[in-house]
Design a binder for this molecule. Structure first.
Ligand SMILES: [Zn+2]
Ligand SMILES: [Zn+2]
Length: 370
């Protein structure tokens, strides 16, 4: 079968001919992969910034945002049958008995760092024509979501973040008064930093949850992302003509910040504007650059005097995948046009070089695998 792989030792990226994976245990499922999304992580692996092949292999098949169709099931598989659409999870547990997280099926909170990740760390990924995995790492997707399901994995970042927000904020009276026509968070404001796929999907999740949502990003107005955001009821402000002070000034109390840029300077500047009882979610992974100066007194004063919480979140567990599938279904009913414009293009496997190594363009580019 054909697959897209990196070979770190020779610094090459390309299509390889790989042995077809076989079902070797009764709880495994074989998928014919329909498509895979290209994200920043894939591009970084292709720039050899990270990405580790499986033990004994020179190459790593990449890809972790995917959609496949079941073509074969092991004799003890109970949740899937041939023809089902599936989005597989990415992270696999570490082997250590003392890792409470992995032993509880929450490898997204692995303590040891010895987890593996398909398409990223020590396990082949999903930019291949066929894959095999255990059914416990797969999520069933309804047929009507076929066109959007490749967005399930990137949306899990926001879903896991928001699930934690609801849990953490239970420590105070944060629930909005119940208004029948309004979603849960209708009395709260949220700021999203960045309008890449993670930021846009985060904004959709926040609007859907009822937050009055503002997205702050670099590109000047108008642009396709600002149009998309306006169409779902979010507001787009450009760093070109709006300072963070202006942004905070026009919002009122900033109840939540969802950071989706990986730009630490911008994030810490925004942290100064987090409101009373506010919560700040970091999702980006910045490259290490020179240290910058930040006003630690101001940030610490605010954290204490305004009862603030700052947390980081990575990867996602089963519940986040299930929430993502549920929410994508609702997004596609509420905002079909916006959902369609999230996927900029679907390309044949031969176009992988331009998508992985060329200039990053559009919103979410997808590679068709079969
Ligand atoms: Zn990704
Ligand atoms: Zn672990």
């Amino acid at each position: 079968m054909r697959a897209i792989a990196v070979t770190p030792a020779s610094k090459t990226v390309g299509i390889i001919d790989h042995a077809e994976p076989e079902i070797t245990s009764p709880t495994q499922v074989k998928l014919r992969m329909i498509e895979a999304g290209v994200c920043g992580t894939d591009r970084e692996i292709c720039a050899f910034e990270y990405g580790t092949p499986p033990r004994g292999s020179q190459h790593l098949i990449i890809g972790h945002e995917s959609l496949g169709e079941v073509v074969e099931v092991g004799t003890q598989v109970t949740r899937f049958t041939t023809g089902d659409l599936v989005v597989p999870m990415v992270r696999r547990p570490c082997p250590h008995e003392h890792c409470m997280a992995c032993r509880a099926g929450r490898q997204d909170f692995c303590f040891t760092g010895d987890f593996t990740e398909r398409g990223i760390k020590e396990q082949h990924g999903f930019m291949a024509q066929l894959i095999v995995d255990d059914e416990q790492f797969m999520n069933l997707v309804p047929g009507e979501l076929r066109d959007f399901a490749v967005l399930v994995e990137p949306l899990t970042i926001a879903e896991k973040g928001l699930a934690q927000v609801w849990e953490i904020q239970q420590r105070l009276p944060w629930s909005c008064p119940i208004v029948p026509s309004n979603a849960q968070a209708h009395c709260h404001n949220a700021v999203v930093l960045g309008a890449g796929p993670v930021g846009l999907l985060g904004a959709m999740a926040l609007v859907h949850a009822g937050f009055d949502t503002w997205v702050y990003a670099r590109e000047p107005l108008p642009n396709p992302k600002s149009a998309l955001l306006e169409s779902i009821g979010a507001k787009y402000l450009s760093a070109e003509d709006t300072t963070l002070e202006d942004l905070a000034g026009s919002i009122g109390n900033v109840d939540l910040v969802y950071e989706a840029t990986g730009a630490s300077r911008l994030a810490f500047d925004m942290m100064k504007h987090l409101g009373t009882n506010g919560i700040f979610i970091f999702t980006g992974v910045p490259g290490r650059k020179a240290p910058v100066e930040i006003d630690t007194d101001l940030i610490m004063r605010n954290l204490v005097l305004k009862n603030q919480v700052v947390f980081g979140t990575v990867n996602a567990g089963r519940e986040a995948f299930e929430a993502s599938i549920r929410d994508l279904g609702e997004f596609s009913k509420s905002w079909p046009e916006a959902m369609r414009s999230m996927i900029t293009g679907r390309f044949p496997i031969e176009a992988h070089r331009e998508l992985l190594l060329g200039k990053s363009t559009g919103i979410k580019n997808v590679i068709k695998l079969n």
